[in-house]
Design a protein. Sequence first.
Length: 189
Amino acid sequence: MDKNNNFDLKKEEQQIEKTLKQQKKKIEKSTLEIDKNLEAIKSKINEDFVKYLTSLYQNVSTALQSIEDLMPKIEEIDESLKKELSNEYTNYDLLARECEMIAKSEKIDLKDNNWLEKLRLWSSINLTTLMDKSQRHLAEMMLLGTVMGLIQCLKDIKDYENVSSELDDLCSKIMELEERNYQKLKEFI
């Protein structure tokens, strides 16, 4: 009877070991899947962070380029518009630098607007000011750009919800600047 009991105990022990090995393999497989899923989530978050930051940077870069392209078109008599655009340029430049600092701290290579986009903007400004360089027309062009920048911020907030509170704050600063500029530029219409 002892032999049968020992045999049964050994068999049961082997069955327990086999079950433990199977459970260990399942846990290892689940852990690997969890790790892969976490890595994919981290990658997606990082990818969205880069896209969000890039969009904000391109938004303020477009404003900077627009002002640079428009400044030479402003007649000497439009000192108040020149002063306003100069002030806007300074504020956009500060926001661009903030984007660059975040990118540097996160080791991100920011992408500026591509050359085709820059050429399109430059051409558009030069063609529309060919016949009309009035203060009203220049302010209208800047107002349209300001509204486009504001719309882009609203889209970014929706597209990159919960990606980064730091970038949400930066986007809010850009929106506040756009809204301020809108109010100021209306005075020139």
